[in-house]
Design a protein around this ligand. Structure first.
Ligand code: HAM
Length: 387
């Protein structure tokens, strides 16, 4: 909440249940979510309702119904809450999961895309997650995408026999969805197909260039992945995903993009939109994994004697500020009890420094796994702590 509010977003809460048609009309009838993942049921008056599989369509519906655009041309909402998808459960993928998402309505400028991405990365940074990969792409618009899709259908017709039944069906109904296929044989064939990048019209090309330029100017690094298609049909132009190593197969921690045209499609004015959502369970899993990894690489410093402790105090502060997990024994107990403590906290290495080491300028570094030790010059200690 505090990160979203820093970026000027206000909270919105939409119902957990919506009319089914809201999702089929926006996410797209030929997407995995609508085809097989929605929890849909008829209520007592035979109206078809669905547990929300995502937050964008409900926010846009609420925005249109409340006629918010008449009061303020810019509306910036964030939301937190449960979403439901009937996927095969596995690590990081659940049938009820929680998203934190934002939707920024009314800004056409590429800087709105930059702002949304910056907010996403600020949030992830605030919860301690760095070393993530931002992948970004442009999916084109209603002017340039149809030509690309036609070409894609024609190419797929030629290689059709090598693809699974789902892909062959999608090639005619909704060719962009081909890229959602997880079948490794299909992926090999799909990797050979041309990407949308060469087909973008000039306005889309310029928009994408301005987004990437904006990201550069706020020091956000990214990779252009021309095969990001996203699993929802409402996207135009910018689409992005944040990928985290260490999460296994479900490594997309968040994703989003631009959806100009969606507000109009749901009966509202022609207002552009951009947003993202992150999976909070995946964020939590990753936090736990990173904490465990940190623990494993933790270094313990055993300082013997007052002079050694004074020296270690300055080093340890510098190393910790530099992002390393380092622990030591402030009270300076016996070496034996310090080694016992190092073992207890799961330290991977112990740096031992006493009067003798201060004289020679070399510390003893003990590898707690292999139980071997060697002398390391003081100047090389920072790299030992980092490794
Ligand atoms: P999405 O990529 O479908 O986008 O979902 C966003 C995030 O929700 C994913 O990156 C993932 O972390 C998490 N997620 C999705 N499915 C599951 C699941 N079964 N279990 C656990 N986590 C999951 C959207 O939902 C769009 N509405 C995002 C958006 C907002 N685009 C524009 N505005």
């Amino acid at each position: 909440r505090s990160v979203a509010e820093r970026y000027g977003f206000v909270e919105i809460r939409t119902p957990i249940v919506e009319k089914t048609a809201l999702f089929t009309r926006t996410i797209g009838a030929a997407t995995a979510i609508v085809e097989k993942e929605m929890y849909t049921f008829a209520d007592q008056s035979e109206e078809s309702l669905t547990l929300r599989p995502e937050g964008t369509a409900p926010v846009v519906r609420a925005y249109v119904e409340s006629e918010a655009a008449q009061h303020d041309p810019i509306a910036k909402y964030y939301y937190l809450g449960p979403m439901f998808r009937r996927e095969r459960p596995q690590k990081g993928r659940y049938r009820q999961f929680h998203q934190f998402g934002v939707e920024s309505l009314g800004a056409l400028h590429p800087y709105a895309d930059v702002e949304a991405i910056a907010l996403l990365l600020s949030f992830l940074g605030d919860v301690g997650l760095t070393r993530l990969r931002l992948e970004i792409n442009s999916l084109g618009c209603t002017t340039c995408r149809p030509g690309y899709l036609q070409m894609l259908s024609r190419m797929v017709a030629k290689v059709g026999a090598e693809l699974c039944a789902d892909c062959r069906r999608r090639a005619t109904q909704n060719p962009l969805r081909l890229f959602d296929c997880k079948n490794p044989d299909c992926q090999k064939v799909l990797a050979e197909l041309p990407t949308i990048t060469e087909y973008l019209c000039n306005p889309c090309r310029n928009h994408f260039a301005a987004v990437t330029h904006g990201l550069d100017s706020v020091a956000i690094s990214y990779v252009h992945n021309p095969r990001i298609a996203r699993g929802l049909d409402y996207y135009v132009r910018t689409a992005f995903e944040v990928i985290a190593e260490g999460l296994g197969a479900q490594n997309a921690i968040g994703g989003g993009g631009r959806y100009d045209g969606l507000v109009k499609h749901l009966g509202g004015p022609d207002v552009p939109g951009i947003g993202f959502a992150v999976g909070l369970e995946r964020v939590m899993l990753l936090c736990q994994e990173r904490a465990a990894a940190m623990k494993k690489t933790r270094t313990f410093v055993a300082a013997i004697g007052e002079a050694a402790r004074a020296q270690v105090l300055t080093w340890i502060e510098r190393w910790r500020r530099g992002g390393c997990a380092v622990e030591w024994d402030i009270d300076g107990r016996s070496l034996k009890s310090q080694m016992r403590r190092a073992d207890k906290i799961g330290a991977a290495k112990v740096i031992i420094i006493g009067d003798e080491e201060l004289k020679t300028g070399k510390a003893i570094v003990r590898d707690m796994l292999t139980k071997t030790q060697h002398a390391v010059p003081f100047d090389d200690l920072p790299s030992t702590v980092q490794s």
